[in-house]
Structure formats: C-alpha cells, structure tokens
Design a protein around this ligand. Structure first.
Ligand code: GLU
Length: 603
C-alpha cells in the first residue's frame, strides 16, 4: 500500500488561495440582511459555516448558528429552507442520509432516513403482466412514492444531538415560504422541464405554475401552504406526519393521485398505508469507514451504496501515489477504479435488512488490492466488468457474472454545516428525480418523492443475484454519499453532492482533487468531472471534453460521452488556523452558496 501524500502543504496553500477569493467576493455576512445575501462559492471565518446550493437556505442555517444553535440545528434549518427554494430536489415528501461528527465524543454517527417500500410491496412492484412498466410512467405515479423519511430524520437528529427544538429550527424556512424567494433561471427551467407532467395534477399546477404559467425569473415565489405545514409541524411535532392528519393526507394522495380533467398520462396509484407511516423508523447505524492515506473517511453505510463505493474507489487509488501522476494518468486510474467499484456495488449492495451486505469487506484495503490488480497502465477494461468476491478476495479474481449498472435519477441536494464547537454535518436529501413524482399533497405545499424507482424493476441479469429488488418495507439502494474526513480524530473536511449514481464519482473525485492533487476545496469542487459507472462510455463535462487530456485518454482506449453538468457539491473544511472554510459550486446549477458566521475577527 502506498501512502506518501497528505503533507500539510496543499492544505496550507489551499487556505491562502481561498483567502484571496474570499476577500474579493464574499459579502460580510453580518452586514447583509437575511435572505438578501449575494451568492459566494467560498467563505472563510469563525463561528461556524454552512454550504448549500442556495443563498437563502445557507442564510437560514447561519441564522440558527448565530442564535446559538449547533451544526445539527443549522443542518435542519438549511434543509427545511431547501424544501422551500429547491422544492424539486428536497423536502418533507422525501428522504436522505445525515452524517454527523460529534466534537465532544470524537465519534461519527449517521441517520438513515431513506424512504421505504410499502408493507405490501414485493419483487413485482413495478411489473404488469410480468413486464416492467416504463420508467417514466413509474416516476409519475403513486407506485414510486416511498414512505418519506425526512421529517423523521430531522426529529431523530435533533433529539440525539440538537440544541434547539424542531419549531425553532423550522422558523427561518417558514418565514421564507411565507415571504417568498426570488425565482432564478434554474428554478424556472426545472419547472419548464416538468411542466407537461405537472399539468396532470391541479395541486401541482396551483403551486408551481402560478396563474397557469411558468414562474417568471426575478419574481417572488411564495408557498404559504408550506409555511403553514412547517408551522404546524413545529407546533405538533412529527407525529403530525407519521401518526396524524398530515400523514392521512399523504396516504390519500398516494392511494388516489389527485389528477385533474386535463390528465394526459395514466397515473398509477400506490399502496402506502397509514400503517406504513406509523411503522416508519429512521436507522442509527455505524458509518462506513476506511483509512485513506492515514485519514479516516466516514460515509453512509448501506442502504446507501455511497460509503462503500467511495471507499473502494479511494482504496484502489491508494495503491498509487496519485499526487505525482499527470492529469491523464490520474483520470485513467480514477475512471478504472470507479468502473471496478461500480461492478461490486451492483452485485453486493442493497438494504442490509434484507440482503447480506459485506460492508466491512467492501471497504477493506485487502479487497481493493485484489480488485485494483485489474487496472492496466496502457489499456482500458472492457465494461461491464464482473464483480469481485469480497468474502474471498483473490487478486484479479471475479465473483459472478458482469452486469450493467441501472439508471438512477440525478437530482437531489447536499448541504454541509459546522459550528464553533467543532461539530460537523454532511447531509444529502432528495425526492429522487427533479420534481419527484410530480404529485403535490393538496394544500400542503410539498411534492412527494419517486424514490422507489431506485429499485431494480427486474433482476438486471436473470443469471445474477440482484440485491436491489423491491420488498416489503425495504429501502431502495441509494448512491448518496455524505462524507466526513478526520485527521487524528479531528475534522478535516466534509463533502457531498447530488447526482444519482454520479454522486459517488463526484465525491471521490472531489476528495482526491483536494487531498492528493493539492487543489483548494473550492477548486476541487469546480474542477471538470468524469463519471464512469461500469459502462463502455465515461461521462465527462465540457471542461474535459474540450481538453487535450481527452485525446490522450482516447489513445488508451477510453470512450466518452459529453455531459453538460455532473453533480453540485458543497463542503466545509477546517483550516489549520482553526477557521472554517465553506465551499460550493462556482458555476454548476448557477453556483452554490458558502457562508460563515463571522468572516472577520477572532475565534
Ligand atoms: N435517488 C438517488 C439516490 O438515492 C438520488 C437522486 C439524486 O441525486 O438525484 O442515490
């Protein structure tokens, strides 16, 4: 195993570069009123930090930190605000994964708030007459709506580690929903992309197509229904959702999707019951863990495949001194490590309550060494690559037939928070596709997820076991990868991203860009991305497509497809001098929003 890198030098250099950016671009958070802050992709200072895709949402988290809340409180406040400003990506109609570093104990904890299939579900959930229904039809249906986990995640996290009540943490978001936010190009475009299917549902039209039209860029978008829902949730607690009136409305909506007379598509009902809601539980489970060049990398263990797959990619890359490789050599190894790791993800990862998932073995260096053996310096592996056998790792051995990776939606949102006590949260939440199922709970101001389409509709290969078939109460396999990295037991950085299965490659690439290749965190996030998921073609962004590196890699045998954008990452980093640095996208999705409590002054 090779572990020469991780000197302090790149991190210190990172700090210097970032300071220069901050001085030029970041607004003084103290002097700007809430919800009117300019977007900056990087901020550095004291008192805590928040990074999300949206300035109003980051401001909600900062407001809670200023009022004495901790990183967990701030994460809930930011997530609730994202439910207002990013309603097509996240909200209480969905689920997610929460990773938390607790400064007092030095331990990393997680909450698995993934949606679950109804108790009546079995492997035939998405079959009709033995045939899988069309993916798009499944998306816009009650059938794909999993029992939501987001409100329960907030409750569980606050209960265990928060310092403020749910009501207090929901306040900024409630205000934002009532007073409104300014429509930007991304929001209008996402509405336009969904317009046709949204028109099936009058409640969705009322909410997202005001006056029957697309929201106008620059106008104020208000969601009084959601403001009321948040207020009621704050007052009555999440029992309102899991055991009360709101839950009954969710169930009615799923069982009888409220389509209008203009309905153009068949909208299948789902079978969620009030019993499913009552029985819903988040899971507190050990994080996934791997050692990467002396650092401790913690992530989300299954039911997400994020933690194990990021770990395997890193462990394969750890076999070489990435810091001394050219960009072409690095990308070759990164792409091949991703290809191999996705083969293992497909074969071995599903909901561990139903499947025997070898989490420890998948994240071990021994397994990565056996798999990394496949990589050639001067040639590209043929896809799909067959999985290995983590139970009995053999150098370059296989553990079953090669199967292709299934499709996953690509929209979600990730946020990262830190506080003055040193606690850190990485939290990824989603309603699956942009716009989820397209079904709004009437009068409640939020969309329901289509998370169950993350299941395999049929076994990917009839000859091969598939751990991701639907089952009663089962969690569909996710790719969400909220990640926290510790050095000597202290937080070094936290990152995560949306992007369906590309989340995994985005997080692994961002980590190696920063940790091995010396890029400041904001540059590590901004760098053009490549995503290989055990397919013939690797998706690359225009920055790589238009680079001479592509030609070099094609010479080795790589094939590429161009993808306009992959992921939308955010992160926080502890600087060597004790300040927090928050970082977000510079360009993707219109740029993200990084903020700190005090950009100036002392600890
Ligand atoms: N459903 C996806 C997952 O759980 C997330 C969707 C996305 O990132 O767009 O991995």
């Amino acid at each position: 195993m090779h572990r020469p890198v991780l000197r302090n030098a790149p991190l210190l250099a990172a700090g210097a570069a970032v300071l220069a950016v901050t001085a030029a671009a970041a607004p003084a958070a103290d002097s700007v009123p809430h919800a009117r802050q300019a977007k900056s992709p990087v901020a550095v200072g004291y008192g805590g930090a928040v990074a999300s895709v949206d300035a109003d949402a980051s401001a909600a988290g900062i407001e809670i930190l200023r009022r004495g809340g901790n990183a967990v409180d701030a994460a809930v406040a930011t997530a609730a605000a994202l439910g207002v400003t990013e309603p097509y990506s996240a909200g209480i109609g969905g689920g997610g994964y929460f990773v938390y570093y607790d400064a007092k104990s030095g331990k990393v904890h997680t909450v698995d708030g993934r949606e679950t299939a109804p108790g009546s579900a079995d492997e035939t959930l998405f079959l009709e007459d033995g045939e899988p229904i069309a993916f798009d039809e499944a998306v816009t249906s009650g059938l794909s709506v999993g029992t939501p986990g987001t409100a329960a995640t907030w409750d569980a996290a606050l209960d265990a580690w928060g310092s403020k009540s749910l009501a207090q943490n929901l306040k900024p978001a409630e205000r934002l929903a009532r007073d409104g936010f300014t429509v930007d190009e991304t929001f209008r475009q996402q509405t336009a992309d969904n317009e046709e299917r949204f028109r099936n549902f009058p409640a969705t039209v009322d909410l997202f197509l005001p006056g029957g039209e697309l929201p106008v860029v620059g106008s104020t978008f208000k969601n009084p229904d959601l403001a009321r829902t948040y207020a009621e949730l704050g007052k009555k607690g999440t029992g309102l959702f899991y055991r009360g009136a709101l839950g009954r409305e969710v169930v009615d909506t799923v069982r009888q999707p409220p389509v209008g007379p203009d309905q153009e598509h068949q909208v299948r009902p789902g079978d969620m019951t009030t019993g499913d809601l009552r029985g819903y539980r988040t899971k507190r489970q050990a994080p996934s863990h791997t050692d990467y060049r002396g650092l401790d990398v913690y992530g989300m263990a299954p039911s997400s495949s994020g933690g194990t797959t990021v770990a395997e990619i890193l462990n394969i890359l750890e076999r070489s001194d990435v810091s001394s490789l050219s960009e072409e050599q690095y990308l070759h190894r990164f792409v091949e490590a991703s290809r191999i790791s996705f083969a293992d993800r497909g074969r071995w990862v599903g909901d561990p309550a139903f499947e025997d998932v070898p989490t420890k073995a998948l994240t071990s260096q021994r397994f990565a060494d056996a798999r990394g053996c496949l990589i050639k310096e001067d040639a590209v592996l043929e896809s799909p690559v067959a999985p290995g056998d983590p139970h009995r790792p053999r150098a370059c051995g296989t553990g079953g037939p090669a199967v292709a990776t299934t499709y996953e939606g690509r929209d979600t949102t990730h946020l990262t928070t830190a506080d003055k006590w040193g606690n850190v949260v990485a939290y990824t939440l989603t309603i699956e596709q942009t716009g989820g199922s397209g079904i709004t709970v009437p009068g409640r101001g939020f969309l329901l997820n289509n998370e169950l389409t993350d299941f395999s509709f049929t076994p990917v290969d009839p000859e091969a076991p598939d751990p991701n078939l639907p089952g009663p109460g089962k969690r569909p396999r996710s790719s969400m990868s909220p990640t926290i990295v510790l050095r000597d037991g202290e937080p070094l950085l936290a990152v995560g991203s949306p992007g369906g299965a590309t989340i995994i490659t985005t997080v692994a690439q961002t980590l190696t860009n920063h940790l091995d290749r010396g890029m400041p965190l904001v540059d590590a996030i901004a760098a053009p991305r490549a995503s290989q998921r055990n397919a013939a073609k690797t998706d690359i962004e225009p920055g790589l497509w238009n680079s001479p590196v592509r030609e070099g890699l094609e010479g080795l045998g790589h094939e590429f497809g161009q993808s306009s954008e992959i992921g939308a990452a955010t992160g926080v980093q502890r600087m060597p001098d004790g300040r927090w640095l928050a970082a977000a996208e510079t360009e993707r999705r219109g740029g993200g929003s990084a903020m700190v409590v005090r950009p100036h002054g002392r600890p």
